[in-house]
Design a binder for this molecule. Structure first.
Ligand code: NDP
Length: 466
């Protein structure tokens, strides 16, 4: 059933202005929004409807400038506002009241989720309503379990949309498209042929005014626990029977369950954390992380995290999965790089520099590339070649696709509760060992490649062969 009412809690925040409003305007422009669609913003600002519509128009001007003006105006026109503390049942009740089901989007700090879900429970939701949450889902495993319990009391699991906008990116969906619609990939998609999968989200951006959020979370919880583990799921999952929500989410869950639990020894040897010091990146000067506004050095928050995982399964035992992310780095590198093992025999002579194949799913910019060796039967003619294809621009922005699914009631791209808990199980040993300082906090100058590599380069032929 299509829902025509959206209530955004945290309606004056960054996520709402930057992503949700432009996504709605994109849906309107594409003819995807019902004519009777309405949006109610709820926040603590003492605003009224006209004041909020002014803000909405300004946000759309700023973040959705490329969208048709009439679509932006149409979204603004169906928008209203209610001042509400969304942790108070009576105030929540006034926002969600009505006979029609409502989709409630919690664009709130994660620390507020449990109190808000409790308030919604007390207030009561119209039957058929849905809840949308942003990551991180809970602040640790116990928090995720508790949040899932509260949500289960409120609405059925199929009506809970735990959003991970990475899953709606064209190139992320292309991981499955490429794997499952080509005869040439799936037969070699295993540890016999793949030595390493590197899942990387390196960014030149530093805090960009979001220290109030980031300093409480850090790189591991902000990126690895959710987005990068979801990418791991798509790369490593068994082919699902269908792309329906149950098959897809069951197969992703299998991957998370197959991650070998990390011991303290593993964490000490297979994970790294670091934070940036002063430097220059993205054309501007960046101060030491600890000197950034709203950062408390005592929290020891990392801005760089790296973990190496292994999966216990017939398909993957013997392949390394390296997940890495960092802020204020020298260059943007956002990709899934699948590194194949070296060829078993070289008729050209063993000393020839023959590089193993690498298949890259570029996440930003969105592209697909394959590094191969080519040309000539004589060793001196061999040369590496990179075949690259740019992905067609998506019909809808990621948040547009997600909101469309929410309104239509299809949770296929949403993280199921058991997936969220299992993802915490993967990172909990890391958080625990880092808390106990079993892994040093390294440093890297802003604008550099991150902390200097500790591992030998993965391209080494002898390492990749075995
Ligand atoms: P912001 O801090 O910008 O916005 C949060 C909003 O929630 C503010 O408007 C705040 O109001 C409001 N709020 C907090 N407590 C209450 C309350 N008790 N009652 C009513 N309103 C309340 O955060 P973001 O928009 O950046 O993030 C929101 C969520 O989205 C987070 O879970 C974040 O992890 C997630 N997210 C954000 C992304 C982004 O790029 N911004 C990207 C991906 C996920 P007030 O101003 O009064 O405090």
């Amino acid at each position: 059933m299509t829902i025509r009412r959206l209530a955004v809690f945290g309606a004056t925040g960054d996520l709402t202005g930057r992503y949700l409003l432009p996504a709605l305007a994109a849906l309107r422009a594409g003819g995807h929004l019902d004519d009777r669609f309405t949006l109610t913003g709820a926040g603590r600002e003492d605003w009224d409807g006209p004041r909020y519509r002014d803000w909405t128009a300004a946000q759309l001007e700023r973040h959705g400038a490329g969208l048709p003006a009439d679509a932006r105006r149409a979204v603004t026109a169906v928008t209203d506002y209610r001042k509400a503390d969304v942790t108070e049942a009576a105030e929540v009740a006034a926002v969600v009241a009505g006979d029609d089901p409502v989709a409630v989007y919690l664009a709130l700090p994660p620390s507020v989720f449990p109190a808000t879900v409790t308030a919604l429970h007390r207030a009561g939701l119209p039957p058929g309503s849905r809840i949308v949450l942003e990551k991180p889902f809970g602040e640790d495993l116990a928090g995720a379990v508790e949040l899932n319990r509260l949500l289960a009391d409120l609405v059925p699991e199929r009506a809970v949309f735990r959003v991970d906008h990475f899953l709606a990116m064209t190139t992320v969906q292309n991981v499955l498209g490429s794997r499952l619609a080509n005869r040439v990939l799936e037969p070699i998609w295993n540890s016999t042929h793949i030595a390493e999968v590197e899942i990387v989200w390196d960014e030149t951006l530093a805090l960009e005014g979001r220290a109030g959020y980031y300093d409480h979370v850090g790189a591991l919880k902000d990126m690895v626990q959710n987005h990068l583990l979801q990418l791991l799921c798509l790369v490593a999952m068994e082919p699902p029977l269908t792309l329906g929500e149950r098959d897809l989410r069951d197969r992703k869950l299998d991957v998370l369950r197959s991650v070998r639990p990390l011991t303290d020894y593993d964490v000490a040897h297979r994970t790294r954390r670091a934070r940036y010091t002063a430097g220059r990146c993205g054309g501007r000067d960046v101060p030491d992380y600890v000197d950034e506004e709203e950062v408390e050095a005592g929290r020891r928050t990392e801005t760089y995290a790296e973990i190496e995982l292994e999966l216990d399964s017939w398909r993957w035992t013997g392949t390394r999965f390296r997940l890495r992310t960092g802020k204020a780095l020298g260059r943007d590198r956002k990709e899934v790089a699948v590194r194949f093992r070296s060829v078993p025999h070289l008729p050209f002579g063993q000393d020839k520099d023959v590089r193993p194949n690498v298949l890259r799913f570029g996440l930003e910019p969105e592209n697909l590339s394959l590094d191969i060796m080519a040309t000539g039967s004589r060793a001196e003619h061999l040369a590496p070649l990179s075949l690259t294809a740019e992905m067609a621009p998506p019909a809808l922005p990621a948040y547009g696709r997600l909101l469309l699914d929410v309104l239509a009631g299809d949770p296929v791209l949403s993280i199921r509760g058991d997936e969220a808990e299992e993802a915490w199980r993967v990172v909990e040993p890391v958080l625990s060992a880092w808390d106990r300082d079993l892994v040093p906090m390294e440093e890297y100058p802003a604008g550099s490649d991150g902390p200097p590599p500790r591992h030998p380069a993965p391209e080494r032929r002898d390492e990749l062969l075995h």
